[in-house]
Design a protein around this ligand. Sequence first.
Ligand SMILES: NC(=O)c1ccc[n+]([C@@H]2O[C@H](COP(=O)([O-])OP(=O)(O)OC[C@H]3O[C@@H](n4cnc5c(N)ncnc54)[C@H](OP(=O)(O)O)[C@@H]3O)[C@@H](O)[C@H]2O)c1
Length: 344
Amino acid sequence: VKAGIINVTGYGGAELARILSRHPELDVVSVTGRSSAGKRLAEVFPHLSGTDMPITEELEGETDIVFSALPHAASAERLMPLIEAGTKVVDFSADFRLKDAAVYSEWYKVDHPSPTTLQSAAYGLPELNRDEIRTSNLVANPGCYPTASILALAPAVAAGLITEDVIIDAKSGVSGAGRALSLNTHFSEVDENVKAYSVGGHRHMPEVTQELGRINPGPELRLTFLTHLIPMVRGILVTGYAPLNTGVTGTGETAAARVREAYEEYYRDEPFVTVTDEPPATKQTLGANNCLIYPTIDPRTYRLIVIACIDNLVKGAAGEAVQNANIMLGLPETAGLQQLALYP
Ligand SMILES: NC(=O)c1ccc[n+]([C@@H]2O[C@H](COP(=O)([O-])OP(=O)(O)OC[C@H]3O[C@@H](n4cnc5c(N)ncnc54)[C@H](OP(=O)(O)O)[C@@H]3O)[C@@H](O)[C@H]2O)c1
């Protein structure tokens, strides 16, 4: 299967090229970049020397599937002709994630170039939307925070274990902000420092409420979603808190067991989600397409506490994109994705 990568020179695109270099069925035949067009991939990223090829301004030759790792707005603009031509597309950006064009404009401050296309895009979280992904030519790869947050809360929402009053406290490594230079991600600003950001509302929040709302269309979630920048390169850790519904009773231990059972049942057949016995650490997911989830309760307040972590560039971006492509192409879902996490 011939694959093209638009914008290979960001962190998401480069990570995709690395993962696809070991994929048994997908061959990357063309990669694009803007400022690096005319150079070779190995010149820009020496770690990709085993998969060297020219970086061009536009995709060249025929491709069966195209991945776009462009920023939002630029991605939709570049992809619309391919989408209209029926090419299979996986988009890393936020451009096709939200179903409502007005919500997209509100959070991303641009008008959507094709609001009607939003309805035909599948939200690319395989654990929730596998059937839709299988039959769609356009898959919107989720954001990194939403991947961890939705997977953390989906079983509790689906089983009606929690009220709509949810808090997600999220922490991300600096690669989540991409490769472009900025003062906020400068070494001396980030190292030995932790900071909350987007306190007034993070752009990833509407994706989380949209997808959790689709699981259980009861009362709308009242979500407080707070993000922090952590001095590490990769990794996202989210902690979700929500009051347990009055139906979840018994001693703390019984309630905790009921919650855990719901999570184990929900993810029983999932190759990339593991319900853990201990709170997981981001490093257990480093370089791997895994989401680790630890659900428990606070027996003093009868609140759900659920902790989830992923590698933002793998299960939160490039790995998830490959998982989606595998599903769209009818390949084994785990193809090219079975690497273990790096340690230490
Ligand atoms: N980083 C993550 O953890 C993560 C996770 C999930 C999803 N995503 C999404 O994936 C996409 C890529 O993110 P990233 O983190 O890989 O970004 P990145 O490392 O910052 O790459 C962005 C690069 O794209 C190029 N670019 C910017 N505007 C462009 C345009 N209009 N046309 C062509 N090239 C342009 C620029 O490179 P040049 O100026 O050198 O050409 C820029 O440095 C984004 O939509 C992001 O939201 C990222």
